[in-house]
Design a protein around this ligand. Structure first.
Ligand SMILES: CC(C)(COP(=O)(O)OP(=O)(O)OC[C@H]1O[C@@H](n2cnc3c(N)ncnc32)[C@H](O)[C@@H]1OP(=O)(O)O)[C@@H](O)C(=O)NCCC(=O)NCCS
Length: 227
């Protein structure tokens, strides 16, 4: 993969840390983050610093998840670092949800990994009495969002959908099918209208972007084509 190896220096892309950042990355910052975790119960909506990933048993310091985000079945929710999830979003991870590093999820987004829209009708009053695995027509599919993808506010992602890396999903879209890497997709159902690479390419001469862009293979390909 053409992913840049993130070191202490490359992570900041050469930028000097200010006092606030120094405190944030210190042990004091960790304590402040923990206090904010507790306070977020009372202060809503509030972007909570950090997230304890139960599946990896790892604390991810640079994740920001709003205190109003509702995650069902956290044990099946896998999230990369540097992810933002905005207010009033609902994530149903019962069938598994993977959100790659650096994704931004807007407010009031719905990400689903199960559906009972046929099963309740087919199973009638026996639906609740039947174990999940034996329910006829019950859909359970893992949903995945690739790294550095942006999901616009008010969008819904259907069970089993795989959205590639570096994509932009427009506000209020309904994503019903897989979306290839670097797509800009909009609407209901979401259709690919262009590529994020057409936007990004204009910045590839910028030294900061060359150093920081999340997928170095894209920059390498661009350079080879130019030569
Ligand atoms: C998807 C998005 C990035 C596209 O922006 P853009 O590249 O400047 O594209 P344009 O505005 O030129 O739109 C291109 C076409 O797609 C349509 N379009 C854009 N966004 C759309 C959307 N969300 N739903 C449906 N159609 C959309 C436009 O009407 C236009 O159609 P046309 O070619 O027939 O005129 C932008 O519309 C968007 O949704 N941004 C997200 C904002 C957001 O959610 N912010 C929350 C921050 S937390």
């Amino acid at each position: 993969m053409g992913k840049r190896k993130v070191t202490k220096d490359s992570n900041s892309c050469g930028a000097k840390k200010n006092l606030k950042q120094i405190i944030y990355y210190s042990f004091i910052g960790y304590i402040i983050s923990m206090i904010q975790h507790c306070l977020s119960i009372f202060q809503r909506p509030f972007m909570v610093y950090g997230y304890y990933d139960r599946s990896k048993k790892k604390y991810l310091r640079d994740v920001r998840i709003s205190s109003t985000v509702d995650i069902v079945d956290k044990k099946n929710f896998i999230v990369g670092d540097n992810v933002w999830i905005n207010h009033y979003t609902r994530i149903d991870a019962s069938g598994g949800v993977i959100i790659g590093e650096g994704c931004q999820i807007g407010s009031s987004v719905g990400i689903f990994s199960h559906s009972s829209h046929n099963a309740i009708r087919l199973m009638g009053a026996n639906y609740m009495k039947t174990p999940k695995g034996e329910r006829v027509g019950y859909i359970v599919k893992s949903t995945e969002i690739g790294e550095y993808t942006f999901i616009g506010s008010g969008s819904y992602i259907m069970p089993g959908v795989k959205i590639g890396k570096g994509c932009v999903i427009g506000t209020n879209s309904v994503v019903t099918k897989d979306i290839p890497d670097y797509s800009i997709a909009v609407g209901s159902p979401a259709k690919v209208i262009k590529s994020t690479l057409d936007v990004d390419r204009e910045y590839f001469e910028n030294p900061k972007v060359r150093e920081c862009y999340f997928d170095s293979s894209v920059i390498d390909t661009y350079q080879n084509i130019k030569q």
